[in-house]
Design a protein around this ligand. Sequence first.
Ligand code: SAM
Ligand code: SF4
Length: 498
Amino acid sequence: MPATVLSPDFVNSYLDSHLGERQVNKIQHGFPSPRYWNELSVPLEEIGDDRRHLRAAVGKSPVFLYVGVPYCIKTDPGKCGYCLFPVEEFQGNAALENYYGYVEREAEMYREQMEGSVLAGAYFGGGTSNLYRAPVYHRLMDMVRRLFPEISEQADLTLEGIPQLFTREKMEAVRDSGMNRISMGVQQINERLNSLSGRKQTTKHVVQSLEWARELGLSANVDLIFGWPQQTVDNMLEDLETLVSWDVHDITHYELNVGGPTDFALNRYHELPSTLANLEMYRAGRDFLLDRGYQQLSTYNFRRPGDPAARDFREGYLPRFEHMDTLGLGYAAITFFGNPALPSGRSWSFINHRSLSQYKAAIDHGRFPVERGFRHTPDDWLMMLLFRSLISTEVDRTQYRAAFGVNVYEKFATVWDALAERGYAEITPERIRLVGDGAFYAPMISALIAEERYRELREEVARRKKEESRRPAPATGVPLPMPATGVPLPMPGVGSGG
Ligand SMILES: C[S@@+](CC[C@H](N)C(=O)[O-])C[C@H]1O[C@@H](n2cnc3c(N)ncnc32)[C@H](O)[C@@H]1O
Ligand code: SF4
């Protein structure tokens, strides 16, 4: 693989011009951005064969499972004012359970491909997965056990939800079904700031859900967002202080991603803290949590050791190099499947339909409900893993050498050197570590490293468009509502609550 040709001048002027710009997490949870996933016929049979061959070579291999739900309760403003995920308005339990029946059928389609693998973790996200009534959690885990008769003892099996929808009955069903963790999207504990999102959540809902989780032995993560309209460093620290006082061991502290036709982007942009104010918040939040005994596991994740209910689970931002397999089931779910040993074009990212009717229609016709995907070259796959490593704040050079035969320092030397000079990175023979404000800038650093490849991809798109415009217009892929900028992709462990 060739070394990058990013010149020191380019790197430095890129950093100078981007340090003050709003962070856009376009690529941190997947590279390249889904807007370049242009392959409309993803060869699921070929992927299934590759899965089986790799498994035959390495023995039992770990798989991560993501199961998505489209539905969310209606809010005013819509989509909580800030959300960039594809979601649909909740239409009642009958529609939800009808949808779930489709997910079970989709899971069945993958059963053979998954034979012999071990479930390393599962994330039931969305959308709003705690909209399900109590009995459905048992059905969910029954489906998981049919697909993965073997589940790792260390597996985090996480149900994501919003505080106001948890009930004791649901929480008990979550525990009794075999799930062992909840991730709660709280965003703001401060009720005034929370009300800007239209979410009818009170502090009482949050405390009560955490108490139930503790009573039932479920580990619990809380997602907060900083960089919220009208938020100050003091408001933010008050929320963190509250979580610490409630003994929450697992905190995800996201920076607000602003984009798309959301209320915050359209009507509250002027109320948002500036990028530099966000940086201040990041520093203050990080220092506050480190002071109180939390460890920083990634740009956003902080965990305090000693939680009796927690397992040592970090997947999602610590990539396994030899083999990475995340199966996404359900509406808009994403699958990542790749391996450095595969030939070019045989590692994949793909997304299920973001139109519920198309998702269901595909399954009704016996087809995998995949909307589109991206074939990775080995270099693309390396970048995808590298950007995840950056989110975890640490690049293990030895692993890259072993997996890709590449000196990852030399490959992007101009970038690492410029970061080290600015105090954002430390480079040793074993690793490259983001330090100081470096972790805050991980998305921007990834965008810089990807700059050249994005230029190529843009050129490819332009070339394809030109060719298409010369041909008479056939009925090809319908232009689909791609996620707007900065979408944290629904994945286990990242972008969805740690
Ligand atoms: C997509 S939500 C799904 C879970 C649940 N429906 C909720 O609202 O909490 C998962 C997490 O993504 C994060 N998230 C969603 N939109 C975001 C945005 N625009 N910027 C930063 N984080 C965001 C929130 O912290 C949220 O808890
Ligand atoms: S933030 Fe959560 S509840 Fe709100 S629209 Fe997004 S997924 Fe739904």
